[in-house]
Design a protein around this ligand. Structure first.
Ligand SMILES: [Cu+2]
Length: 227
């Protein structure tokens, strides 16, 4: 092999090695990819309210991380899926129902006990209107549904039952808090990040790792599109 040939081979190997290192680093730095997108566009007539039905569970019970806490969504076809990116029509009223099966505790930041950004700035929990929740009362708060860019925050009041549903999807026959609220999607289309703001990733540094930092568990996107 000539000198320039050898140099070329060494350079080529070097470029491949650097490429591999970057690829591995990117893989480590990028959070898990969402398993899918649930499409709610077209589930109601244009301009009509859209129903978004969710559940929060203490242990999902299946998949790569069966012990993690998670949100699940019900598709317009009625199937529970482990997807936290939801495609919603812009400028539309979204009627949210959350079956909250998980336990909880006092909030570290009491600000997340306030309901903001929903229609009327309230939620109902088992039919009772709540505008702000004292998380030192009852069993505290399990999770929040928070969309920072839209100013939405809803504390999901904890389930105080001694026996919790273990494996998702949980059935309404298990003890739960029934939560309702509505919000309006913005007219401006785009990806709006939502997440739970309670460090509920048990066993991870300050509770903020694992399910808190992996798409598909305690966070996702509202994929707001024109109808
Ligand atoms: Cu959470």
């Amino acid at each position: 092999m000539t000198m320039s040939g050898r140099l070329g081979a060494v350079l080529g190997l070097f470029v491949i090695a650097v490429g591999l290192i970057i690829w591995v680093l990117m893989g480590l730095l990028t959070p898990g990819t969402p398993e899918g997108v649930v499409n709610y566009v077209g589930s109601s007539a244009p301009g009509q309210p859209v129903n978004l039905t969710l559940q929060t569970v203490g242990t999902i019970g299946f998949g790569d991380h069966p012990t993690w806490v998670s949100y699940l969504a019900r598709t317009p076809q009625g199937e529970w899926v482990h997807d936290t990116t939801w495609q919603l029509p812009a400028d539309t009223l979204i009627n949210v129902t959350i079956y909250q099966y998980d336990s909880g505790g006092p909030l570290r930041n009491q600000e997340f006990g306030q309901v903001t950004g929903t229609v009327g700035n309230y939620e109902t929990v088992n039919g009772k209107t709540i505008r702000a929740f004292n998380s030192y009362s009852g069993a505290g708060v399990g999770h929040t549904f928070t969309v920072p860019a839209l100013g939405i925050n809803v504390p999901l009041i904890a389930n105080s039952a001694s026996t919790l549903c273990g494996f998702a999807p949980c059935h309404v026959s298990s003890a739960h808090q029934l939560i309702h609220f509505s919000f309006k999607t913005p007219a401006r289309t785009g990806e709006y990040h939502w997440q739970c703001f309670i460090p509920c990733g048990l066993g991870y540094l300050y509770g903020n790792g694992g399910p808190m930092s992996t798409q598909g568990f305690m966070g996702g996107f509202l994929d707001v599109v024109s109808q």
